[in-house]
Design a protein around this ligand. Structure first.
Ligand code: GLU
Length: 475
């Protein structure tokens, strides 16, 4: 029986998570769930200088907030731990010894200066920069003597010449790399830490990962990783390299720039499912535009539907999914989402009608708060086009509106019918000034709902104020 499918997300805690990382995590989670497999979280913190505990915490928080719960790994446990690379040195040490014994790894004593000057010379004569192999030819006894004398050494993988590494990429199809283009590469640095190629590859195999979806900036690492695993006699996972996400200016997203950190979007009030629905379609074709739950996203996820052309971030699209996500939230969740600013401003008895009125009209808690102030602070701020609409209103409108209100204070439709009859106005000439008078702005929720929220006293006060503004403007 083939091994159950296992995917992983393997972030380095060196910055806040951005939409690109989130998409990688999502695709791996969806692939695992679509096949009833396991989704694993491994922390790649071998770079002691750049890895920080606060980024690790933030990462876990971001993933949980997105709803991408992992089944195995950091913080959850499992059969192949520890799941932080900084705690896996004993395993790396043993495997590196094995590579030395087999003669596929050797000590390299070259100084950084020497490596740099070799590299510069290669670039100057137009040759691809790669290690020139000087230490590959050292006799083992000589290497031992230099090590015993306390000389520092990195460990390099001996790449076999004249071979081809071929694999079938889950996203990009057949791939072939000639080994002659790959110089012998470092698997352990002089400071004793494992290199990315090494720890990343052996951990996938040791943890039983069967499928890896990751950014295509890692594509050229893959042949090296396949060589390492083949040398150890271990099964490699299947790799799929996802096209990069470009920001709105066309540059690749970068974790360190932090421009579109997930945390920023979360603080702006984006809903997890809005992001997931958006991200799931960046490089994966669903064949429909339906707003989906996480379960539906995974049920309809197929590796064959992954695309290989880069995607560009479009915030307009994200707002579209935000709209749909908010439309699907229950009233209590929407009220919570609106936050403190709204809770303080909206009278408790009007909480339900406020949520109903605003649903579909706001995309962020800030917008909801602005509406709360617009409705419940007096007088409402008038924007310039509302001021114009009040000035241009039919002179009979506001007096008639005050009379109609006195007759039908609790019935919007009765109020409007009476107003139409009394003034003969309809359409824009009626509703533009009316909306301006009641809310101070032209856009927004249905007037009928706002009428109920404002209540008789406030409606009267606003109509009176509008009548005065109209008269002043006419003088
Ligand atoms: N730690 C690597 C990164 O964050 C993981 C690469 C991979 O998924 O293999 O880029």
């Amino acid at each position: 029986m083939p091994a159950a499918l296992k995917t992983r997300f393997a972030p380095s805690p060196t910055g806040r998570m951005h939409l690109g990382n989130a998409r990688t995590a999502l695709f791996n989670a969806l692939l695992a769930r679509s096949a009833g497999g396991t989704f694993l979280l491994r922390i790649e913190d071998t770079d002691a200088e750049r890895s920080r505990p606060e980024y690790l915490e933030a990462l876990v928080e971001d993933l949980r907030w997105l709803g991408l719960q992992w089944d195995e790994g950091y913080g959850v446990g499992g059969p192949a731990g520890p799941y932080r690379q900084s705690e896996r040195d004993p395993l790396y040490g043993a495997l590196l010894e094995k590579l030395i014994e087999k003669g596929v790894a050797y000590h390299c004593f070259c100084s950084t200066e020497r490596l740099q000057s070799v590299r510069r010379a290669q670039i100057d004569r137009g040759a691809p920069p790669r290690y020139d192999g000087i230490c590959a030819r050292l006799a083992p006894a000589e290497a031992q003597r230099r090590l015993a004398a306390g000389e520092g050494a990195a460990l390099r993988f001996r790449v076999p010449p004249g071979e081809t590494v071929a694999f079938e990429d889950l996203v990009r199809g057949a791939q072939r790399f000639g080994t002659d283009a790959i110089g012998d590469f470092v698997v352990r640095r002089t400071d004793g830490s494992p290199s990315f190629f090494f720890s990343n590859a052996v951990d996938d195999a040791a943890m039983g990962v069967t499928h890896v979806l990751r950014g295509d900036d890692h594509l050229s690492n893959t042949p090296r990783q396949l060589l390492i695993l083949a040398a150890l006699g271990w099964d490699a996972p299947r790799y799929g390299h996802l096209p990069l996400i470009l920001d709105e200016s066309g540059a690749p997203l970068s974790k360190r720039e932090g421009s579109l950190a997930l945390a920023t979007l979360r603080e702006e009030g984006y809903r997890p499912l809005a992001l997931l629905n958006y991200l799931a379609r960046l490089g994966h074709h669903y064949g429909d535009d339906k707003f989906k739950s996480l379960r539906e996203l995974s049920e309809d996820f197929h590796a064959e539907s992954l695309g290989s052309s880069p995607s560009r971030l479009e915030l307009g699209q994200l707002r579209h999914w935000q709209h749909l996500a908010l439309a699907s939230e229950p009233p209590d969740a929407l009220w919570e989402w609106m936050g403190e600013g709204v809770h303080r401003c909206v009278p408790p008895a009007l909480r339900g009608p406020f949520v109903d009125a605003l649903r579909g009209n706001v995309l962020s808690p800030v917008e909801a708060r602005d509406w709360a102030h617009r409705l419940f602070d007096d007088p409402p701020a008038l924007d310039s086009s509302s001021r114009e609409a009040l000035a241009a209103a039919d002179p009979g409108l506001f007096p008639a509106a005050l009379e109609a209100l006195a007759r039908s204070p609790l019935d919007y439709h009765g109020f409007v019918a009476a107003l139409r009859t009394r003034t003969g106005l309809s359409g824009k000439s009626l509703f533009r000034p009316l909306r301006a008078a009641l809310t101070g702005t032209h856009e927004g929720p249905e007037l009928a709902r706002l009428f109920d929220l404002l209540g008789e006293d406030r409606l009267r006060a606003r109509l009176r104020a509008a009548a005065l503004t109209h008269q002043d403007a006419r003088r």
